[in-house]
Design a protein around this ligand. Sequence first.
Ligand code: B12
Ligand code: SF4
Ligand code: SF4
Length: 351
Amino acid sequence: MPDKTAIAARAKTLGFDAIGFARPTLTPAQAQGLRDHLAANHHGAMHWMATRADQRADPRALWPDAVTIISLGLSYAPDTDPLAGLANRAAGNISVYARGRDYHDIIKGKLKHLAQFIARDAAVKVFVDTAPVMEKPLAQQAGLGWQGKHTNLVSRAHGSWLFLGEIFTTLALEPDPPAADHCGTCHACLAACPTAAFPAPYQLDARRCISYLTIEHPGPIPEEFRAAIGNRIYGCDDCLAVCPWNKFASAGREQKLHHNPALVSPALDHLACLDDASFRALFTASPVKRIGRDRFVRNVAIAIGNSADPALTDTARALASDPNPVVAEAGAWAAARLASPAPSKRVRPTK
Ligand code: B12
Ligand code: SF4
Ligand code: SF4
């Protein structure tokens, strides 16, 4: 029967950067945090967050036989300034996590290999991202790091740049001690947010978050956030990038996550011309493909409106005639904004 040392050694061989072991339970405060988040509607249109909330709040409701959760982290720490692309307004900025191959596929493959190693002696299930599992609270329980004020898991060794995945197993393994919070008096992430998406430390109102607005939000992006989005066309890294714990992180080792040059500062006029086929071709194997051409080009139109580049006016006008009404509305907004640009601005907190 493999013990913790053998499992950790195999995980390292497979390329994981962090591992820890926990019981399949959240603390009452963590479960309550989920309920408060949902009650405040901070999940916006992500209705799937609420539909299986009981399973999210209690891993044993998801799989009653689970005895141990093995939490795993894979570093995607960049080797260049993650925010450098924000200054180039004629190009789009794709979040660091989406500039390489889709992490879901990479982590699931590694989790399955590790699970096979355990499956000789116990039942196993693997999860990454999409299951009703509270991955950050569980990773904190397993000692990988703590949930910082930006709500993501921060690791002393890897900063804010860990992807998370889990193996649930019937194997009884000694839990590791939970990680302690090392945010202290720092509030750099809260101050860095362009859209004031943190109503309080350790709480995120997803409806204000650029990551939510550009990836998860269907329909038109509310006008109040458009200027602050700048050229972020898929996701946002600002709160992660300013975390002082990143200075201890070495660049991620996983080659498949290394940035595809075509996805680093792609020209907005090129992206605006994508149809369904060319969108799928450009984003093959990338997480970006999940949002589809129309939502992506909607984001590109917002970035064009924020570019202050008169050379993009004809492109904006062309988008205003797009057959998709959400793209067309964003294109018209962009054309109008280029005609009388207001300075890009941060959004003030609502309270
Ligand atoms: C939904 C989701 C989102 C949403 C909402 C994010 C959020 N903070 O909830 C959106 C689309 C905005 C998002 C964005 C991003 N995401 Co995301 N996302 C998820 C997902 C699927 C679920 C997270 C979740 O359970 N949220 C619900 C809230 C309640 O849980 P929580 O954040 O842990 O909240 C705790 C506390 O903050 C507190 N709390 C929260 N709200 C409230 C409200 C009140 C009133 C109170 C009292 C307490 C409280 O209670 C909770 C329990 O302790 C996970 C994968 C998974 N299955 O876990 C990935 C995940 C969290 N995402 C991830 C990543 C990488 C990102 C982005 C960095 C991507 C990007 N660059 O654009 C951004 C980061 C934005 C940010 N600052 O959080 C990684 C994070 C890895 C890590 N090191 O932490 C995950 C784990 C995916 C993965 N497998 O690696 N994401
Ligand atoms: S990802 Fe961007 S918009 Fe979302 S909370 Fe962090 S800094 Fe704010
Ligand atoms: S930036 Fe500061 S407050 Fe935010 S998570 Fe990092 S250490 Fe914590």
